[in-house]
Design a protein around this ligand. Sequence first.
Ligand SMILES: NC(=O)c1ccc[n+]([C@@H]2O[C@H](COP(=O)([O-])OP(=O)(O)OC[C@H]3O[C@@H](n4cnc5c(N)ncnc54)[C@H](OP(=O)(O)O)[C@@H]3O)[C@@H](O)[C@H]2O)c1
Length: 297
Amino acid sequence: MESPPGAVQEAVEVALDAGYRHVDCAYFYQNEAEIGAALQKKLREGRLKRDELYVVSKLWNSFHAPQDVKPASLESLTMLKLDYLDLYLMHSPMGFPNINGELMPQKDGLLLQSDVDYVDTWRAMEKLVDEGLVKSVGVSNFNVSQLERLLSVCRIKPAANQVELHPYLTQPELVEYCKAKGIVLIAYSPFGCPALPFPSGENSPVPLLENPTVNEIAQKHGKTSAQVLIRFHIQRGIATIPKSITPARIVENAEVYDFHLTRKEIQTLEGLDCNTRFIKWNLLGMETHQHFPFSDK
Ligand SMILES: NC(=O)c1ccc[n+]([C@@H]2O[C@H](COP(=O)([O-])OP(=O)(O)OC[C@H]3O[C@@H](n4cnc5c(N)ncnc54)[C@H](OP(=O)(O)O)[C@@H]3O)[C@@H](O)[C@H]2O)c1
């Protein structure tokens, strides 16, 4: 969960009370201590057991060197106040050099790139499973070629690939590939990340939550557009991690199990695909990284 500091602990507590169990964290979001405080509070209250939670964290790009992987995982565990993670994801295939733990090491306005191979990072992540620090390992922002390469050499198969998915970016080839290989897809930015500046230009689509087709389907079911966008993934067999720090929306986003989209409605939503990616990874020269995932399949 990516949110301003201070708001996160309350949001996590509200979410756990509303029945959420999958908590999506990352070292990069710099709020794992707040999430840890919320988890600890709810576990101490005794209304929730550790094995009822599914806590995910992510290894940031600056810690791809094999010797940095275990210390990075331990730091997340310490902040989350947990003994183990249910899933640990490599945040992206692109490594940065570890310069005093800087998240975005730069020179002359460009991000520094390391030549660590994500396969070597993966081997160090597999050892975390052997040591019981994480129950499973997975990846994020990997394309089909990168998954294929990882699958050909790994000892432990990636359990999941977390990628941007919504009706404007349905990624049918990646979805089909992951399903065929038994890799769970986790859709991030299901609402098209409305907090970010919206891409403007003649051919830009309207913000996803304001799309008339989405709104019309929502009205038909007596639900909100946000609920339709979550339901879209559930019915495509894809997990999703909507983010909100607003208590009423947190509750609203969980009320998605009392309606069904028709096959035609799913197809209509898939038809909105305009290959629009809201989360920009191609910043500060990152698109020149040898493992940049979005110029390929
Ligand atoms: N692996 C990766 O590289 C990666 C990249 C990006 C995101 N993620 C993960 O995915 C999660 C979600 O992605 P995201 O935050 O980019 O985008 P998102 O879930 O598509 O959108 C979040 C935004 O939608 C608003 N919102 C939430 N529920 C709403 C509702 N019912 N009606 C109207 N607006 C609503 C939120 O506002 P309020 O919070 O103000 O309510 C927030 O501004 C993140 O928290 C993070 O855990 C992962």
